[in-house]
Design a protein around this ligand. Structure first.
Ligand SMILES: Nc1ncnc2c1ncn2[C@@H]1O[C@H](COP(=O)(O)OP(=O)(O)O)[C@@H](O)[C@H]1O
Ligand SMILES: O=C(CO)[C@@H](O)[C@H](O)COP(=O)(O)O
Length: 488
């Protein structure tokens, strides 16, 4: 079948920094058109974005796809997880969305954790111990700090729900994104009424959860978007679940994603809650689970340090004893929302390139330290060696990121040639709606994870132990210290 014959599908990735849209040939997986438009995120104490800007960015990204978007038969939207979108009775945002990396709700989240009976009670119930990223703490923060906005809220949505609803007119979400709210009970796959009561959130404000393989609705009359009325709309999903779909991921294969957030995850057939809170027990977008650890400081933090040093992001140098914990935004893994960046081990002979390398090391260390917990019993070996770590996200294109992951993991690293795996996962979901196939099988058919495998190198144990030592000594310094904007 040629591009002209095969149905086209659209996959959207509405992530922290931008919206990316791909028009994909559902038969071959060929990307026939693409577009991208940036978002603005507030600085200072909080991290907020205007949901209306995501819609405009979606329109702009689709406009770059020419006439292909109009010809699409189905579309799915993936989005950054956890963000609190509050809509008024008129369906418009009451205020900007509070994003996943806004640590202001730290104190309210800790309070909710205690009120339900502690971390284990949450892990048993929702599969995760909520971090300040989770929507439940954001809602508690809003109620405390902006009661008028909370009272004016007629609907609570996640970023991908907001966009899907603007396409269809129906308030829907999916299990993967619902599992990052804190009010969706993984054990029973339903909203948890006791937790909703604890958070003072009326369940009628929430979207319905559309199951994997189901249709969320169809595109309504939309003058500002180039979709045809009646185009099928999939349930969508959180961006990490989308990348897992986009890779056609099978249990036991770990993924390291280097974007605004750093994430490390794998698909698992079992939900194994982690009461330590390091690993979130998210649902995936099929019927399995997605144990995942997430850091707040990844590509943006390292790029910021490169800028401070006046160096290109690739201008790293090896050697030296510097340790840099790049916790510029506070940190989530480890859970230190009040942390800030810390530099240790500086000597007269330390070079700027070594300092930049230390920033990469600190960012990658935090993710790799969680890898064993993420994989748990699912760790698989290939011919006696660890299976390759799939490296994705914007940072995966960088040599310094690739080499740092190799050096600190000691594992083979595979870099898929396909770059927009979140949008591809959304497109695979949309294609599955047309063919009835499992979306991960669609992505495997498309060969999306194909790419070079970088051979393992010996793990740099000395650097690992140095970072681990500094982190453990620094925890008392960070614990209880105020975040840049205060976390009360
Ligand atoms: N060639 C490259 N080398 C290294 N890093 C890159 C490269 N291209 C983009 N990036 C990094 O990728 C990041 C964006 O990643 P992306 O996964 O698109 O983010 P998000 O999905 O969170 O919006 C940027 O912050 C930038 O630092
Ligand atoms: O909070 C999480 C995962 O729990 C983040 O991974 C967000 O989903 C944002 O993703 P990116 O914009 O960095 O892709």
């Amino acid at each position: 079948m040629s591009v002209a014959d095969a149905p086209l599908v659209v996959g959207v990735d509405s992530s922290t920094q931008s919206t990316k849209a791909l028009v994909v040939d559902s038969s071959s997986g060929e990307v026939v058109a693409s577009g991208q438009a940036p978002h603005t995120v507030s600085g200072g104490a909080g991290r907020e974005s205007d949901p209306e800007q995501w819609w405009q960015a979606l329109a702009d990204a689709l406009a770059q796809c020419g006439d292909f978007a109009r010809r699409a038969a189905a579309v799915s939207v993936a989005g950054q997880q956890h963000g609190l979108v509050t809509l008024g009775a008129d369906g418009r945002p009451v205020r900007p969305a509070l994003l996943w990396n806004d640590v202001r709700p730290a104190a309210r989240t800790a309070d909710l954790v205690q009120r339900l009976g502690g971390p284990k009670a949450w892990a048993d119930r929702i599969g995760s111990v909520p971090a300040p990223a989770f929507t439940v703490g954001k809602w508690a923060w809003l109620r405390e700090h902006e009661p008028t906005a909370a009272a004016a809220t007629a609907a609570v949505r996640l970023p991908h729900d907001y966009l899907t609803e603007r396409l269809t007119g129906q308030g829907t979400t999916d299990r993967s994104d619902a599992s990052g709210t804190g009010w969706w009970a993984a054990s029973i796959e339903r909203y948890d009424e006791e937790i909703l009561a604890l958070a003072d959130l009326d369940p009628v404000l929430l979207p319905s959860v559309v199951g994997p393989g189901e249709v969320a609705g169809t595109v309504r009359e939309l003058p500002d978007l180039p979709f045809s009325k009646g185009t099928l709309v999939g349930p969508g999903m959180g961006d990490n679940a989308a990348a897992a779909l986009g890779l056609g991921l099978r249990p036991g294969t770990p993924v390291l994603s280097l974007g605004t957030s750093g994430t490390v995850y794998a698909v698992s057939e079992q939900l194994v809650p982690d009461p330590s809170g390091t690993v979130a027990g998210f649902a995936d977008a099929r019927g399995d689970w997605l144990p995942l650890a997430c850091t707040l400081n990844c590509t943006l933090a390292v790029d910021r340090i490169a800028a401070l040093l006046g160096r290109d992001r690739e201008a790293v140098e090896s050697g030296g004893s510097a340790v840099l914990l790049p916790f510029l935004d506070g940190e989530r893994t480890p859970n230190l929302p009040g942390a800030s960046g810390l530099l240790h081990g500086l000597r007269h002979e330390t070079t700027a390139g070594q300092l930049l390398q230390a920033a990469y090391d600190g960012a990658v260390f935090a993710l790799l330290r969680a890898l064993g917990l993420v994989l748990g019993q699912d760790e698989r070996t290939v011919d006696g060696s660890a299976s390759p770590l799939l490296l994705i996200g914007g940072g995966a294109r960088g040599t310094a990121w690739q080499q740092t992951v190799r050096r600190l993991s000691g594992r083979p690293v595979q870099v898929p040639r396909a770059q927009e795996l979140v949008a591809l996962g959304a497109a695979a979901q949309a294609a599955g709606l047309l063919t009835g196939e499992d979306a991960a099988a669609v992505a495997r058919r498309w060969g999306t994870s194909d790419g070079p495998v970088l051979e393992p190198t010996e793990r740099d144990d000395a650097a690992w132990e140095r970072i681990e030592g500094v982190l453990s000594d620094a925890v008392p310094l960070f614990d209880g210290s105020g975040s840049p904007g205060g976390t009360s």
